[in-house]
Design a protein around this ligand. Structure first.
Ligand code: GLA
Length: 395
């Protein structure tokens, strides 16, 4: 072969490999997934234009560059399934492929939603009996993420095996595994997000069913009691998370208006300590500067996204006051002082609470300032339903 033809041959080989896209076994979700989802704000009213606008805002606000890359449509995109079994988007989504292409053109990733039952939670058509066909269609659109929501499959399980919880749970695991296999068969790397509200200790088997993340709880709402009940109940789950496999205490409510800035700072801090997926759920076209400063606190995001991939956990609690910590790759540790009371209170954290001794250098991740050397204890006024978050480094 002449050099010219060798070059042409190599070029064709490289191009056709690239056209096949990244390999299926490319590791997904090596750090907790970050992005935006339509549900918390738009609910069932979401339209193609809303999702496009969210993609635009992710870029113009700087959120994409801070790590929020998934643009996920939740429920209410589905229309009818035709005689050939093809599921069509409803009239609110006239051009799903065009939408996905637009999202990709902005350097973002596209996420879609379905479930193993006949219907989704909102009563739309879901994937039962059409798993491979739907997975192939999602892949053909260019989906990078699938949230798969149990919903009506719970009823299928109950009717198939009344009074036999073991059998029901077995059916549930198989249903999740079925879609996992269908996704693998598409050859496209699609992040798989299990949503079944933590049933049957999903953190113990979610990774085996192919899950890159799994909801550990019921749905979050934009109010303090809902958020804090879910968030602080995550204590003890840290050992089930690792790169590629994350506990998901549901999406962020930051910016949705039902909580104070201190309460939202608390959610952002707790989610980062938990190495939770950071999926914003607000209307990105109407963000205040405070909302932006919370969602884009890069020092807090860095705790969530730390490459060690260790979820943090509670180290101390007394009544409504809690300390949580998370080990980081460079040997430092993030510590959060949470006040769940309505009123501000002075909290004193001792290095011995995390088994450390001084001196250590401390930085306040919300004030964005170094707070000096801690020898033994650190005392701070913590706002009502607020947080003080520190990064501690040995000198
Ligand atoms: C369930 C899920 C939510 C959301 C809704 C949509 O309740 O847990 O996150 O997807 O369905 O109907």
């Amino acid at each position: 072969m002449k050099y010219g033809s060798i070059f042409a041959f190599l070029l064709i080989a490289v191009c056709s490999a690239a056209a096949q896209g990244p390999k299926q076994n490319a590791p997904l979700a090596q750090t907790p997934p970050m992005g935006w989802n339509s549900w918390n704000h738009f609910r069932r009213n979401v339209t193609q234009a809303d999702v496009r606008a969210a993609a635009d805002e992710l870029v113009s606000s700087g959120m994409r560059d801070a790590g929020y890359v998934y643009v996920n449509i939740d429920g209410s995109w589905q229309g009818e399934r035709d005689a050939n079994g093809v599921l069509h988007p409803n009239s609110k989504f006239p051009d799903m492929k065009g939408l996905a292409d637009y999202i990709h053109s902005k350097g973002l990733k596209f996420g879609i939603y379905s479930g193993p039952g006949p219907l989704t939670c909102g009563g739309d058509v879901a994937s039962l009996g059409h798993e491979q066909q739907d997975a192939a269609m999602f892949a053909s659109w260019g989906a990078d993420f699938l949230k798969y929501d149990l919903c009506s499959y719970g009823k299928v399980m109950l009717e198939s095996a009344p009074n036999d919880m073991h059998k029901q749970n077995e059916m549930m695991r198989q249903a999740y595994e079925k879609m996992h296999q269908a996704l693998l068969k598409t050859g496209r790397p699609i992040l798989y997000s299990l949503c079944q509200y933590g049933r049957d200790y999903v953190w113990k088997w979610g990774a085996q069913a192919g899950g890159n993340m799994w909801r550990t709880t019921h749905d979050i709402a934009d109010d303090y009691l809902s958020y804090s009940d879910i968030g602080f109940s995550q204590a003890g789950l840290s050992k089930y998370a690792s790169p590629g496999h994350w506990n998901d205490p549901d999406m962020l409510e930051v910016g949705n208006g039902g909580m104070t800035a201190d309460e939202y700072r608390q959610q952002m801090s707790l989610w980062s300590i938990l190495a939770a997926p950071l999926i914003a759920g607000n209307d990105l076209t109407k963000m205040t500067d405070v909302t932006k400063s919370i969602l884009m606190n890069r020092e807090v995001i860095a705790v969530d996204q730390d490459p060690l991939g260790k979820q943090g956990d509670r180290v101390w609690a007394q009544g409504q006051l809690e300390f949580w910590s998370k080990p980081l790759k460079d040997g430092s540790i993030a510590v959060a002082l949470f006040n769940r009371l309505k009123n501000p209170i002075r909290m004193t954290f001792h290095l011995s609470d995390i088994g450390w001794t001084g001196p250590v250098e401390a930085r306040d991740l919300w004030k964005h300032e170094d707070v000096g050397t801690i020898q033994d204890a650190y005392s701070a006024a913590v706002p009502g339903r607020g947080v003080v978050m520190l990064l501690l480094k040995r000198p």
